[in-house]
Design a protein around this ligand. Sequence first.
Ligand code: GRG
Length: 303
Amino acid sequence: MPPSYDFAAEIADCARAVEAALDRLLVEERLSGPGPAARRVVAAMRHGSLNGGKRLRPLLVRQAAQVFGVPAEAAMPAGLAVEAVHCYSLLHDDLPAMDDDDLRRGQPTVHVAFDEATAILAGDALLTHAFALLADETCHPDPTVRIRLVAELAAGSGVGGMVGGQMRDIEGEKGGFSNGDIEVMQAMKTGALIRASVRMGAILGGADPRALSAMTAYAQAAGRAFQLADDILDVTATSEAMGKATGKDAGKGKQTLVAQMGLEAARRELDTIVNDAVMALRTFGPRADGLRATARYFASRNS
Ligand code: GRG
């Protein structure tokens, strides 16, 4: 990593590379199996994954891998797998049975542009394809590493991770959540995939158990910072800036830390958490500057 690390250049470069790779991969020829890929589902997968998105999870995979000297291109297939899971989660989250949103990344959501059944299937197909990307030899030459990546992504996205967090979030709309309940829900719903991204980068780089545990501590703090910033933005940002509806948490009686502790205390807490994330990386030196910058970006972003 060069002495003066340029975060703006790296996030832009990563977003460009992810967009181009998804554009190449999400086509009928590449997605066909025993039968030809269903054209309408592929079109909905493309609608739900192309043209937008900050691509923060592939960025985290790449930056975590970079700590162990892995080049950005070698971290791309694993990053794409996490992004495919993330896009599926947004697509399903927007459905009428969940958050019922019409706008995502400044465009009509997939069930609005297509229909509900197609949106469900497109989400399912993105989730399934994520694991095909990890199983492919281009992801890593060593099958043991590929299996660890599969297990990591499954744990982060499944019922003990993102899906379980989403269930808790829905249950929490009835009220009665303590601050601790909210933290567990958020650590699972949003934090688990961020944690998986960082750990997958570290696994690609062959991190030893001590390094993996430091990276995990970073990831957990960064995930909390990301979610707290998202809750703050839901109160303070416009829907134009966010490319999606804002002010929905309070409207639905959603349990957030901002609602519990107030805006000013939430902002102070955010500073503390970012500091925790940066401190977790103290043993890594300049190669971890990317991860440090991303934790700071999570707290300062305005979209
Ligand atoms: C439906 C199984 C299932 C899970 C949904 C992640 C999630 C769980 C729902 C998304 C709801 C939401 C808006 C959560 C807040 C945090 C979040 C994931 C924001 C969107 O992520 P960004 O900012 O989005 O990385 P982009 O558009 O940049 O990819």
